[in-house]
Design a protein around this ligand. Structure first.
Ligand SMILES: Nc1nc2c(ncn2[C@@H]2O[C@H](COP(=O)(O)OP(=O)(O)OP(=O)(O)O)[C@@H](O)[C@H]2O)c(=O)[nH]1
Ligand SMILES: [Mg+2]
Ligand SMILES: [Zn+2]
Length: 299
């Protein structure tokens, strides 16, 4: 039987098969296929299940979101498979937005063939100028961005439209409102019970990812908040491609391999000094380059 993995907790894998949820385990042989990857199976995986509720095959993934394993920088950690779009969920404040983390998420999504969509929640908290600035900056570089509030409902109709017919993951730091958004969209019913057990530690916190079917062709995935996100196998070329807008105002730098940090005759630094580059883009690039140089991509 063909199924779709909707949550994983230790050895217990919940698989959506036809119209029901089955509790499955992974066939032993599949455990050995781990290689440099933490966990051989992930949420969203399309799998074959036998009559003993064993997963015997994991089908080839159309897309794959992964990051560096925070506990071992040589390993990758898969976050989800076959996801069309990832909503990189931040709040305009409480907690403050972390732009280098936004950019790392976008690069990881693009590397894994998912569409990144930047979602700014809590716009009811004001800061209209900051929201406008972010919309302009990310729209200019071709990244879809949507500003919403689960409290006032602003932007939610557009979000619901964007979700239709897709498998979407909501990811980002803790407390940005991922679960609140999903509750708003689903009208809460789908989040209660076994699909979303949460621990109450003063406030609700999601502790494992779960895939929620909204209709036969629309799925959303809630994920636990994460403190750090480092792109697995990030190269300097990946970075210069994603930040190619920095070279637009004044053309290429004197040195072809310029990292726009310490080199002389750098047209990016000159453009920044002349206010031709948004400081958000410039500083995020500097931060990400420094992390690569010092191999400490720890947030
Ligand atoms: N002001 C404001 N607060 C919001 C909004 N959406 C959610 N919150 C609040 O933000 C807090 C965190 O919401 P959650 O939905 O639990 O956040 P989360 O991203 O799922 O957090 P984790 O599960 O820990 O990753 C809660 O106190 C919500 O009430 C919003 O639009 N505006
Ligand atoms: Mg949550
Ligand atoms: Zn330069």
């Amino acid at each position: 039987m063909l199924g779709k993995v909707i949550s994983i907790r230790g050895k217990h894998i919940h698989v959506h098969v036809e119209d029901r949820v089955e509790y499955c385990t992974l066939k032993n042989a599949l455990h050995r296929e781990k290689s440099d990857q933490k966990g051989a199976i992930t949420i969203g995986d399309s799998v074959e299940v036998n009559d003993n509720n064993q997963i015997v095959t994991i089908h080839k993934r159309k897309t794959l979101l992964q990051r560096t394993d925070p506990l071992n920088p040589r390993k990758r950690q898969v976050i989800g498979a076959n996801i069309d779009q990832v909503y990189i969920t931040f709040a305009i404040q409480s907690p403050d937005i972390n732009i280098p983390m936004v950019d790392r998420y976008i690069m990881a999504a693009q590397k894994g063939d998912l569409t990144p969509i930047l979602l700014i929640n809590k716009i009811d908290l004001g800061k209209d100028n900051d929201v406008e600035e972010l919309i302009k900056i990310y729209t200019d570089i071709g990244i879809k961005i949507i500003a919403v509030s689960t409290y006032t409902g602003q932007g939610m109709d557009r979000l619901k439209e964007l979700l239709k017919g897709k498998t979407s993951m909501f990811a980002g730091p803790s407390g940005t409102g991922k679960t609140s958004l999903i509750n708003h969209i689903t009208g809460k019913e789908l989040l209660v019970g076994e699909l979303s057990e949460r621990i109450q530690k003063g406030r609700h916190t999601t502790t494992f990812s779960s895939l929620i079917p909204l209709s036969s062709d629309t799925f959303i995935i809630d994920t636990p908040g994460i403190a750090s996100f480092s792109v697995f196998d990030l190269s300097e070329v990946d970075i210069s491609d994603y930040f190619s807008d920095l070279c637009e105002p004044l053309g290429p730098c004197k040195f072809r391999t310029c990292t726009h940090t310490h080199e002389p005759l750098c047209s990016v630094k000159e453009a920044f000094a002349k206010n031709l580059i948004p400081s958000i883009r410039f500083f995020s690039h500097q931060t990400i380059i420094n992390e690569i140089v010092h191999k400490e991509s720890l947030y």
